[in-house]
Design a protein around this ligand. Structure first.
Ligand SMILES: [Fe+2]
Length: 357
């Protein structure tokens, strides 16, 4: 299985995973042979690419941190939470928020079970699903980062709860601004910035929710250097959960297709996060991030500085830019591998970018 960007797809290629669209509807099934029509639809719906199965990638497989079943259930539950909160914002019991507790437990369980895995799968989605899939992805990534940072089980559950509702305050922001396809005006941006405080105030009406989860919501747009909002707090004055969610939130937003811009490749989004080291982001959180998020996920076709092209087959936590690569020559797989992290002969070789094989 390998990832092929939408603009590089060719008719006849076979889909390597179900392609899921709005409300978990399967748009195209695993194994389907792509036609020109399918490819046009994939591009029109804003998918950044799809996984395909072919001879050169037949033994390449990446494991997801959480199962597809849990992801689909989580997406349904989060959608239902947003709908209920929006329908009755004055509900003081927050039973709809608290009812997510079993789901949060399941997500933390799966992250703990897969504690040795890296984020190695490109999450393929169209922008219609953004709010809900973004909430789930931020929750999974935040939990992974919390685990690397040494948080205990109770703390991980609280962090995950904060992450899943981090953007709930957007229900209080004008929908036309949230869904605007062009650049926001300064006034509109000020309106969007209200969402972290609005989300905190909304959640704060219940004492059943952990205080740290609420503070995480309040502080997820604070920046380590004090340039964030709403408080302009800096360093350790920002709650750790807010500092963790800030990194997960920015990364996942960058790799998502939005109405006003296309998704970034993971490699570019990882670079962006690294560039915020000690300025926008807490350096310890960025250190945890580069251990867990692969810039070139398994199945990515890459071009190397020694003119070799190949498919990433394995990533290593200790060296995120030095994966193991299966060499491809003239569009055919070979038995040759290049381990950029461990082969002495490959130490001077660098990845130049994605390749269209
Ligand atoms: Fe936000």
């Amino acid at each position: 299985m390998r990832f092929v960007p939408s603009n590089c797809l060719k008719p006849g290629q076979k889909l390597g995973r179900d392609l899921v669209f709005d409300r978990n509807r399967i748009l195209l099934r695993y194994g389907v042979s792509l036609t020109e029509g399918h490819i046009g639809k994939i591009q029109a719906l804003g998918f950044q690419g799809v996984y395909i199965d072919d001879d050169i990638s037949k033994d390449v497989y990446a494991e997801s941190i959480i199962s597809d079943e849990l992801r689909h259930r989580a997406q349904k539950d989060v959608r239902s939470l947003f709908v209920k909160a929006e329908a009755d914002p004055s509900n003081r019991s927050l039973s709809h928020v608290l009812s997510l507790t079993p789901l949060i437990n399941n997500i933390v369980d799966e992250v703990l079970h897969n504690r040795n895995l890296m984020m190695n799968v490109i999450d393929i989605r169209a922008y219609d699903d953004y709010t809900y899939s973004h909430s789930i992805n931020v929750t999974v990534l935040s939990t992974m980062l919390g685990l690397v940072l040494g948080l205990n089980r109770t703390a991980l559950n609280e962090l995950a709860m904060g992450a899943v509702v981090h953007d709930l305050g957007k229900i209080f922001v004008d929908k036309r601004i949230i869904n605007k396809a062009s650049k926001l005006t300064l006034d509109e941006f000020e309106e969007v910035k209200r969402h972290s405080l609005a989300g905190f105030n909304y959640l704060n009406i219940s004492s059943a929710l952990p205080g740290s989860a609420k503070v995480a919501v309040l502080s997820h747009h604070e920046q380590y250097n004090g340039n964030g909002y709403p408080g302009g707090h800096a360093g350790d004055d920002i709650h750790l959960y807010g500092r963790v969610i800030a990194v997960a939130d920015v990364y996942d937003a960058l790799v998502s297709d939005r109405p006003y811009r296309h998704a970034m490749l993971p490699s570019d989004a990882v670079e962006y996060v690294m560039s915020g080291y000690n300025t926008m982001f807490d350096p310890l959180v960025v250190d945890a991030f580069v251990r867990k998020v692969a810039p070139y996920p398994v199945g990515t076709c890459v071009r190397l500085s020694n003119n070799v092209t190949g498919i990433v087959v394995e990533n290593f936590e200790s060296a995120c830019l030095r994966p193991k690569i299966k060499v491809v020559k003239n569009g055919e797989a070979t038995d040759e591998y290049l381990d950029l992290a461990h082969d002495h002969g490959a130490l001077s070789v660098t990845i130049l970018g994605m390749a269209d094989i």
